[in-house]
Design a protein around this ligand. Structure first.
Ligand code: GLC
Length: 404
């Protein structure tokens, strides 16, 4: 079966790591299937999928489309601003659709699998009329908070898409938002359990952050995320500022701004400034983007997930658990489906810096608790997050909709 994937970026955020894991799983299960990726910008995703034997091409979005983002627009002027952005982008979108249609016709897939909101809209619109491939919209985020994007998706009049979601929480939201009987199936993300493992290289986070090496008894606590504002960097820094002073904690902000959408992300400078104003600048390191997250997780004793809005899934939670780390999860959305509080992770109330600070202190002060939770986390990952499961769940979906 020929399957073509459409992704709005070549950068490696959570939705792209998830895509790479899916492709790896499918290559393993069905080595003879031609799989092809079209991404709308260049970036590390391209090399990653090529190394799996998946062919890839880049068809760049015109800038007006690259900048579009309902979340960012909502912060800086609301629905009208987004409507204005869409109007500006529409001429570019017509041209892009024509190019996309040529690329889809050239590969001639039985299934088109789109992996991001812009590609759900453009992909549905770009599928030619001749031999219509089956269409999968893979939702990694909530539609409920993006009413205009949802309306664009509902306008799609072609053959109905099958919606795949990364959690039950996103599935419930999509069913509510689309409200048109679309088939919605949950396929939880998986990770590479050999790469994300307890043994292996440790990153030198101090050197990466340009900080002097911390003393040997230091407890390293890190937030690993893109710089999207809802990932809770401010909550994390406030929680660090509230820790009891005797705890030998050094905190790390791991990641960088990877997306191009307007207004939706912090800059590293803004976060450094916030750390200074909270008086924690000398105990917080900023590593920037990391290419080996597994080595980063192993270098942390405590991994913090601090999203202030419900997290659709939270791939870093699954990856850090697979590395046997003690994770503190923001207890909402799909992320809450991944853990059993007090057993394989601790949880805190989203956006509550005081609560998060108490959970960090509990783990920082208790090596036995960290070890117990870390072992249970690895066991959960082996049971639930093995990426081999992805092919098993996706193949029947592809077969049921393929044009072949
Ligand atoms: C998106 C979601 C995140 C999820 C990832 C992979 O980035 O926001 O929660 O882990 O996709 O599905």
């Amino acid at each position: 079966m020929r399957v073509m994937y459409l992704n709005p970026t070549g950068q490696l955020g959570g939705a792209e790591s998830s895509l790479a894991d899916m492709l790896a799983s499918l290559r393993y299960a069905e080595p003879s299937w031609p799989l092809h990726l079209l991404a709308a910008s260049d970036g590390p995703l391209i090399g990653r999928v090529r190394s799996l034997g998946v062919t890839a091409e880049v068809l760049p979005f015109p800038p007006a489309i690259a900048r579009l983002g309902e979340h960012g627009a909502a912060r800086s002027g609301g629905a009208l601003r987004f409507a204005g952005q869409i109007a500006l982008a529409s001429a570019a979108a017509v041209r892009y659709r024509a190019a996309l249609r040529r690329a889809i016709d050239a590969f001639d897939p039985a299934v088109v699998h789109t992996n991001g909101l812009k590609m759900h809209v453009l992909g549905a619109w770009g599928i030619g009329s001749s031999r219509r491939p089956g269409l999968v919209w893979h939702l990694h985020d909530y539609l409920g908070s993006r009413p205009m994007t949802t309306r664009l998706l509902r306008w799609h009049h072609g053959s109905p898409a099958t919606v795949v979601t990364n959690s039950a929480s996103v599935a419930a939201d999509a069913t509510r938002a689309l409200a048109n009987g679309t088939r919605v199936v949950t396929v939880r993300n998986g990770v590479d359990l050999d790469r994300f493992s307890m043994a292996g290289a440790h990153a030198n986070l101090d050197a990466m952050s340009g900080l002097p090496q911390a003393p040997a008894n230091t407890i390293r606590v890190g937030l690993v995320a893109t710089l999207a504002r809802w990932k809770g960097h401010a909550t994390f820094l406030e929680a660090i500022a509230r820790l009891p002073p005797h705890l030998p904690v050094r905190a790390y902000i791991v990641g960088d701004a990877v997306y191009q959408t307007e207004g939706s992300q912090y800059s590293l400078d803004e976060l450094r400034q916030l750390a200074r104003s909270l008086g924690v600048a000398d105990c917080v390191g900023f590593t920037g983007f990391v290419h080996t997250p597994e080595a980063t997780f192993r270098a942390l004793q405590v991994v913090v997930h601090a999203s202030t809005a419900p997290e659709p899934f939270g791939l870093v939670i699954a990856e850090a658990m697979a590395c046997g780390r003690a994770v503190i999860v923001s207890n909402a959305g799909g992320a809450a489906e991944l853990v059993t509080p007090g057993v394989d992770a601790l949880v805190h109330t989203p956006g509550d810096a005081g609560d998060l600070s108490r959970q960090i202190a509990a783990l920082a002060g208790d090596a036995d608790l960290r070890a117990r939770i870390g072992r249970a986390a690895r066991a959960t990952a082996e049971r639930s997050f093995d990426r081999k499961r992805l092919a098993t769940e996706l193949i029947p979906i592809y077969r049921s909709i393929s044009a072949a």
